[in-house]
Design a protein around this ligand. Structure first.
Ligand SMILES: Cc1cc2nc3c(=O)[nH]c(=O)nc-3n(C[C@H](O)[C@H](O)[C@H](O)COP(=O)(O)OP(=O)(O)OC[C@H]3O[C@@H](n4cnc5c(N)ncnc54)[C@H](O)[C@@H]3O)c2cc1C
Ligand code: FES
Length: 291
């Protein structure tokens, strides 16, 4: 049985189905194909802004009036005050409408929802962050938090491996550049095949993890990315000595209510929206085999 982790983050007020009104303050194209945008949201209500407290790894349900609601991981860190960021890939009804909105437009937000990354377990340990593609959203939140919460000394080394198909598909370019210049984080960026002007790693994320060889000793790893990336990274981590209780991931099952009521997200006896979305590999092993 793996160690469990709890979050001390506050949920929103009286009726969890009623969204808070949020104003889009800023929209940033994260990738050169313009399919992924970050939305910085500010609260229309100051009291709701004051009460909203979250921890890296949590998510919210965003609603577009007349279109519907969908879950998104929080990409900002609690250390970044004054806005809440979501990075959204254009996929279907809700995300396409969201992509058509402009600064000043209003949307709804419910949350924060779900559990979070195991920050307490991470204290005193090295932290290995492995991300692929646009699943880097909550990993950004985690990294910014670890670096900027004023407790950098509470954690050991921070090693990040982040990959995308092409340089233009790596998100949060300004953050990546800033992290590369720091000596308290080890940053490895990789792309699938060589591109003009690219001077960093080339190769799939699992292969680069195998080259970087992060030590499993007193370490916790968080892996978020496409299922195929996770599938091929896990044997590399095992080879490096990481146990299943040292590796965490975040699931993106389909959800509806986000608060453990509708049963849309459950796997075995777990509600991904309540018990997750963050699980250790040891916890996932205990779920039904078809999962
Ligand atoms: C906890 C959690 C965190 C997430 N974080 C992010 C994030 O940070 N950024 C982001 O861009 N997306 C994230 N997602 C995925 C996001 O919720 C879906 O892309 C979104 O629901 C699509 O809504 P839509 O109305 O635009 O698409 P729809 O019109 O509902 O569907 C469009 C297509 O996408 C498929 N689809 C919809 N939802 C999912 C899903 N969960 N898994 C697989 N296929 C799906 C549909 O079957 C359909 O083919 C997250 C999901 C979860 C559960
Ligand atoms: S989404 Fe409704 S129970 Fe999880």
């Amino acid at each position: 049985m793996s160690e469990t982790h709890v979050c001390t983050c506050s949920a929103q007020g009286a009726n969890p189905y009623v969204p808070m009104s949020m104003v889009i303050e800023r929209i940033v194209d994260e990738t050169d194909d313009r399919t992924i945008k970050s939305f910085d949201l500010v609260f229309a209500d100051e009291e709701e802004a004051r009460q909203f407290q979250y921890t890296p790894g949590q998510f919210c349900e965003l609603s577009i009036f007349g279109q519907g609601e969908a879950p998104f991981g929080i990409a900002s860190s609690p250390t970044e005050e004054g806005f809440v960021r979501f990075t959204v890939k254009k996929a279907g009804v809700v995300t396409s409408k969201l992509h058509s909105l402009k600064p000043g437009d209003r949307i709804g937000m419910r949350g924060p929802l779900g559990n979070c990354f195991p920050l307490e377990l991470m204290r005193g340990k090295d932290i290995v962050v492995i991300g692929g593609g646009f699943a880097f959203t909550t990993l950004r939140s985690l990294i910014v938090y670890l670096l900027e919460s004023g407790e950098r000394d509470a954690y050991g080394k921070i090693i990040v491996v982040y990959g995308a198909r092409t340089p233009g598909l790596l998100m949060y370019q300004k953050d990546l550049e800033a992290w590369e210049t720091r000596d308290d984080i080890e940053m490895w960026q990789t792309i699938d095949i060589q591109a003009p002007g690219w001077t960093r790693k080339v190769g799939f994320v699992p292969a680069v993890v195998g080259e970087v060889k992060p030590s499993a000793h007193n370490a916790i790893a968080v892996i978020c990315g496409p299922p195929v990336m996770i599938r091929f990274t896990l044997p590399v981590m095992t080879e490096l000595g990481f146990g299943k209780d040292q590796i965490y991931t975040s699931l993106e099952n389909r959800m509806k209510c986000g608060i453990g009521k509708c049963g849309r997200c459950n796997v075995g006896n777990k509600y991904v929206c309540l018990d997750g979305p963050v699980f250790s590999m040891a916890e996932l092993d205990e779920l039904p085999p078809e999962y």
